[in-house]
Design a binder for this molecule. Sequence first.
Ligand code: SF4
Length: 348
Amino acid sequence: MKRIVQVGTVPLGGGRIAVQSMTTGKTSDAQACVAQILRLEEAGCDIVRVAVLDEADACAIKQIKEGVHIPVVADIHFSEKLAVLAAESGADKLRVNPGNIGGEREIARVADCVKAHKIPVRVGANSGSIHPEYLQKYGRSAQALVESALANARVFERHGVHDLVLSVKASDVRMTVDAYTALAEKSQYPLHLGVTEAGVGEQALVKGAVGIGSLLLKGIGDTIRVSLTDDPVREVIAAHEILRACGIERYAEVVSCPTCGRCEYDCMGLARRVAARLKGERTPIKVAVMGCVVNGPGEAADADLGIAGGRKFCVLFERGKQQTRVPAGQAEQMFFERLEKLLKEKET
Ligand code: SF4
């Protein structure tokens, strides 16, 4: 039986995949931190993590929590004192590395503290923090990551902490997928998915999407973070796109054909305008923008609303039926009017 771990108001392990991100500013600047978290909330972030480097950061969590509406996770290295302080300031979860937090005495202090505050801990391993014993035994591999993560979990289990979330991130996508797949077999704890140090731009997006997406499609993972060297709001948007692509979330979706020689109107421009209108739209609706009236309505027959363009006239269609032939000059306006009406109908 999989364990359900509660992070503030958000359960992990119960079936719904929670989207996470991390703030980029200094946590002690609580005001700026709150402003960034509110933007993340607006984008659909479920849980936010903040870096705790010193006492000012740890204490700021109290003020941050007063200004935001989602659980706040404190990310701490090297100091059990900061871990305790973050928990006392109201952190909803700690992310620590038992390997650098100190010896048994320090671990015991953190364990007692999280039990007293009834908050979970994320432990795990990434390719840069593999336990030396497993690194020597298995090399830098998925197996070494898994054994390190399980060893880190055992450290807290020995102290009676069982509300754990595990992660095994590597910057190599295949290693990440292999590690999480093996870990899911061996552990009942919720899994935090991510590809670490994914990089920038399209490369990072694709690495995150392939790594996280292929695990989600296998039914593995309870919370995800897409690591991008970018505005964290983009991480949240990317995370929802991955959930959508995996069929886990149904929000507004635009499908469009790649166009070919049959296309005689500005299909790409219209697709972009429709996508801009539906950006962030939570109503589950599938809208198709197709390049020609010959194949478009048939190819997008499952769309709630579609348009197939032509030089003189266009066709509007709903669920592959109810085709309306309209003059090309009026088609876009009629299409958007119908789209707004459908959105309203679906909202109510
Ligand atoms: S829908 Fe028409 S324009 Fe688009 S790819 Fe198919 S045949 Fe080409």
